[in-house]
Design a protein around this ligand. Structure first.
Ligand SMILES: [Zn+2]
Length: 476
């Protein structure tokens, strides 16, 4: 027995040691695999508190340790039955040791009346459900985040206050209107016959309650009517920050002013002169190597680029009337070209281009001093593409005048100028064949007929009567 008892005494601690070792291994595995399960997925919903016509945002789900297997975004309420807006399903890795397949998922969501036409005012419930990769023994429970989104579809109100708004082809006008408090963008939208829309942003009428706004706007020089179409193409608009938009017609009468025509025969010395100068001054342009083609680059695309810059410049116009008198014309000049002439360009008698001339070409003797048409702030002074050496004066609320082709400039950007002040001297820089002043009046960056602004009766009848004391107009 004594012999037999010896091994018994020695086997018991061995068994115990093995059990302890197993326990330790099990514990290590448990800790290791727990670490590989990861935490709950993080769900970030970048949704707005309210939605109207259209809102786009992202849903992002993250689980950096083991990754994600499922993300589902659903929407219901405010007239919508429950629907899935987006989902992501990922095959989990084959073993717990493998690197995660995908630790982040993004779903882009678009909500609004424009996308879900059955949407009504009310509250939407957006639900995001995400599931991470499970552990060795069991699947992970999905987690959800809910977000309430208010649906608001009523646009701001907009009501014209000016009556007898008469618009002329290529002319300017102003409208006073009452706008709802929820508006954050309002004014006049004018759709050209081609379908391109010109937007003229309104501003609070100085000295009036905050809901009374006004906007200057331009009538396209190429809109020939008929009147009923013009009434539908010229509208007040008001928009809130959710994109809800209201429009209202207000034009009472349309006056056609047919465009003029002109033909210009292109000669080589002229083409040489303008292409050498303008390409030299405009590093962004590439010559084609063909003289006529080079000219057409200027006459077509550079003209468009320059005119687009004018619209941008108008957005920076100060919200104040800088002028108190009617505009002064360039006196005693021969009119070499008028506003809204449709110009046909020929070479050896063959038509090579057609463009619209949107200002007045006024010629006197060479290097005649050019006077500021009115009090203003110099918005631009320098070389400006087809306009050559050019000064643009800003008279406030988007009204500007442009003086082109000059040989010398006396002002620089930012200079405040007074009516009649000398801005520089006439010349033939830019797209000009001979010494003259090209003069354009702009509303919101779009060319309008300057004749109206030269006429103090027109300003009194069409502008001052509507704006009243807000416009400090001093002409008798
Ligand atoms: Zn001109």
């Amino acid at each position: 027995m004594a012999f037999g008892e010896q091994p018994k005494r020695s086997r018991a601690p061995l068994l115990l040691a093995m059990l302890v070792l197993l326990g330790v291994l099990g514990g290590v595995y448990a800790i290791w695999s727990a670490g590989r399960v990861g935490g709950e997925p993080e769900i970030v919903v970048d949704a707005p508190a309210a939605v109207g016509m259209r809102a786009a945002f992202a849903v992002v789900v993250k689980e950096p340790v083991r990754g994600i297997v499922d993300v589902v975004v659903t929407l219901e309420g405010a007239g919508l039955s429950q629907r899935t807006l987006g989902e992501v399903h990922i095959t989990p890795p084959s073993s717990a040791r493998a690197e995660p397949e995908q630790t982040e998922a993004r779903i882009d969501v678009v909500i609004g009346k424009a996308v879900q036409p059955e949407l009504k005012e009310g509250t939407l419930k957006l639900t995001v459900t995400a599931t991470r990769v499970g552990s060795w023994l069991r699947h992970a429970e999905p987690v959800s985040v809910e977000k309430s989104i208010v649906v608001r579809l009523a646009p701001p109100t907009v009501t014209p206050m000016s009556s007898f708004v008469h618009v002329a082809q290529g002319g300017s006008e102003v409208i006073v209107y009452e706008v709802g408090a929820t508006s954050n963008n309002d004014g006049v939208v004018v759709t050209r016959p081609s379908g391109v829309a010109w937007t003229f942003r309104g501003a609070p009428l100085p000295g009036a309650p905050a809901t009374r706004h006004f906007a200057f706007f331009a009538l396209p020089y190429d809109d020939t009517g008929p009147e009923a179409d013009v009434k539908a193409r010229v509208l007040l608009f008001a928009e809130d920050e959710l994109g809800n938009r209201a429009t209202a017609p207000f034009v009472h009468k349309f006056i056609p002013r047919p465009m003029g025509t002109d033909t210009i025969e292109l000669k080589d010395p002229f083409l040489q002169k303008v292409t050498t100068e303008i390409f030299g001054q405009t590093p962004a342009l590439q010559k084609t190597g063909v003289l006529l083609d080079d000219y057409l680059v200027l006459n077509r695309s550079l003209r468009q680029t320059n005119n687009a810059f004018l619209v941008e410049l108008a957005q920076k116009s100060p919200s104040k009337f800088v002028w108190t008198q009617s505009f002064q014309p360039f006196a005693d000049a021969a009119i070499k070209g008028a506003f809204a002439d449709r110009r046909t360009y020929t070479r050896d008698g063959v038509t090579v281009d057609t463009q619209d001339h949107l200002g007045f070409d006024l010629a006197r003797v060479e290097r005649t001093p050019v006077n500021a048409g009115n009090d203003g702030i110099t918005a631009f002074a320098g070389y400006f593409g087809i306009y050559g050496n050019c000064v643009i004066l800003d008279h406030g609320f988007g009204l500007m005048t442009l003086y082109a082709h000059m040989s010398a400039l006396n002002v620089k950007a930012g200079d405040v100028v007074t009516r009649g002040q000398i801005l520089g001297l006439t010349g033939a820089t830019g797209l000009a064949g001979g010494d003259h002043l090209h003069f354009t009046t702009l509303v919101g960056g779009y060319a309008v007929n300057p004749i109206e602004w030269w006429d103090s009766h027109w300003i009194k009848d069409r502008v001052k009567l509507k704006l009243g004391d807000a416009l400090p107009f001093a002409d008798k």
